[in-house]
Design a protein around this ligand. Structure first.
Ligand SMILES: *Cc1c(COP(=O)(O)O)cnc(C)c1O
Length: 388
């Protein structure tokens, strides 16, 4: 272990504050470190391993596709990405998909679609995208600019221009910003994940949709974290009954392999034309073959189990000693604790449980199919750690 840690610390650019654990394997919701110690996984990467580690159905599809053909350029047709796109459109009522490799890239695509839409339908000055304070949309320069948190901006100025930020929950502020700027789109997360697992009120999201509709702006949902069943619905926006023009997703979509998607419908369908955008790796057949096995299993019965598990976790944690509040939906939960989140995470790790953090909160994003007994064990240990 010292050797791997030393190598990593010597040769990897130190952008991550890693935990002192070298993970070597896993099965379902249990991960194993170098010493053979087992951990209950309450993070799934960061909401990536939707069906846990080395899920057999996913693994079989991935291995079979890797043995058949691992990549073609996007100059040729392949079956897995065509089928996955059809499934995403059927499940969302949308029309077209652009595949890429990450959440930031999915949002880059959405930003390009919004700019092109604005220029073509609203006028050349309509280049500005309204996002929300506390949001997180990625680490590339444009998605950093879209991210409404100064802490991510500093050191990287000048940012890509054309973004304004409104107060989440405050429709008057949104309207004020839309009046003052020539906008083409509104981009939001149904639950601000990196911002601290902060849900937007359905009435606020409906208000955003109404304002976008009235002004001819694109409504764009960043479902990178909230998508693919995480909140107990297929996508987080589905809790508030709005229909976005653009839905971006990544994280859990590939079940552990890098895959992002920008799903286009409504006013955004038809904006991209040959040459508008592209990606060498986007829509990779191995990633898409795996993703198909994830999406296929996210039916209504499965999604209601995700919701029920989330409600059960909340019922265990709300009002428990050392726990101040619980936010989120489904298996995307943020827990405000009396102890510092860092201290809680370290104590959980020592006792064989791996939650995440978001800002000053403990964040839970367990595999969507985590068995109830493991979830109960993990939550029990978390409760004990918070109460100590
Ligand atoms: C993680 C995340 C992103 C960035 O995704 P990457 O795959 O890391 O580029 C964008 N938006 C939201 C809401 C996220 O949670």
């Amino acid at each position: 272990m010292d050797n791997i840690k030393q190598l990593d610390q010597t040769y990897i650019a130190p952008t991550y504050a890693r935990f002192p654990v070298v993970l070597t394997g896993g099965h379902g919701s249990v991960l194993t470190d170098e010493a053979g110690k087992e951990y209950i996984d309450l993070g799934s990467g960061i909401g990536v391993n939707a069906f846990g580690a080395c899920d057999e159905v996913w693994q079989k599809a991935v291995c079979e596709q890797a043995a058949r053909l691992q990549h073609t350029s996007n100059l040729y047709y392949t079956e897995p990405c065509a089928k996955l796109a059809a499934m995403l459109c059927e499940r969302t009522g949308m029309q077209q998909v652009f595949f890429c490799n990450s959440g930031a890239e999915a949002n880059e695509c959405a930003i390009k679609v919004a700019r092109k839409y604005g220029a073509e339908h609203l006028g050349p000055e309509h280049t500005t995208i309204l996002t929300l304070k506390g949001s997180f949309h990625g680490r590339t320069l444009a998605t950093l600019a879209a991210t409404g948190q100064e802490v991510f901006h500093k050191d990287f100025l000048p940012l890509t221009p054309g973004f304004v930020y409104a107060e989440p929950g405050n429709l008057a502020d949104v309207e004020k910003q839309l009046d003052a700027n020539s906008c083409c789109a509104i981009l939001f997360e149904a639950i601000q994940g990196e911002g601290g697992v902060i849900p937007l009120e359905p009435a606020f999201i409906q208000g955003l949709a109404k304002l976008a509709q009235e002004r001819g702006l694109l409504l764009m949902a960043d479902e990178v974290q909230t998508g693919n069943g995480r909140t107990g619905k297929l996508f987080g926006y589905m809790h508030s009954g709005v229909q976005p023009d653009v839905v971006t997703t990544a994280k859990g979509l590939g079940g552990g392999l890098p895959l992002g998607a920008a799903i286009l419908g409504g006013k955004a369908a038809g904006v991209l034309v040959p040459g508008s955008h592209g990606s060498t790796f986007g829509g990779n057949p191995v990633c898409c073959a795996g993703a198909l096995t994830i999406l296929e299993r996210l039916d209504e019965a499965f999604l209601s189990q995700v919701a029920a598990k989330g409600n059960w976790v909340r019922s265990q944690l709300e009002g428990a000693p050392g726990i101040k509040s619980v936010t989120g939906a489904g298996l995307m939960l943020g827990i405000e604790t009396e102890k510092g989140a860092g201290e809680v995470l370290a104590a959980c790790q020592a006792r064989g449980v791996l939650p995440l953090r978001a800002k000053n909160k403990v964040r839970l994003l367990p595999p969507l199919n985590i068995p109830q007994n493991l979830l109960a064990q993990g939550v029990q240990i978390l409760k004990e750690v918070c109460a100590e």
